[in-house]
Design a protein around this ligand. Structure first.
Ligand code: NI
Length: 137
């Protein structure tokens, strides 16, 4: 059976700050540099969600991409867009909003809500040069 990977890309922007309250201010400054800036900073994120499965004999789709778009908006984008990731997002409560942790949290938001195929990867691009990928392991 042909297993095909299907990807939908969405963009959003959000503010965050990397700060570990269990560590000293000096440790935080040294570890996170500008990302520790007290008044937060923003990113234009790109989120790529990949679903894998066999194309339906009726539609030829693994998942209708319009449906994947809606799921991504409902479960993630509409919650995080124009937000402060440290303060505003319930599913990141108590989570250090590094790109790594954010990608895992997005996976958890999406898992079980995908209506065709199965979730294969969450790729979160924070800058042109920095991105992470989580595949559920
Ligand atoms: Ni940052």
């Amino acid at each position: 059976m042909a297993q095909v990977r299907v990807t939908r890309k969405e963009r959003f922007n959000a503010a965050h700050r990397l700060h570990n309250p269990d560590k000293s201010d000096a440790w935080n400054r040294e570890t996170f540099g500008k990302c520790n800036s007290a008044n937060f900073h923003g990113h234009n994120y790109t989120l790529e969600v990949t679903v894998v499965g066999e194309p339906s004999p009726d539609t030829g789709y693994v998942i209708d991409l319009a449906e994947l778009k809606s799921i991504m908006h409902e479960r993630v984008i509409d919650i995080v867009d124009h937000s402060n990731l440290n303060l505003d997002v319930p599913f990141l409560d108590g989570v250090m909003p590094s790109t790594e942790n954010f990608a895992v949290a997005i996976w958890q938001q999406l898992e079980g809500h995908i209506t065709g195929g199965r979730l294969a990867s969450v790729r979160l691009i924070e800058t042109d040069k920095n991105s992470v990928e989580y595949c559920g392991e």
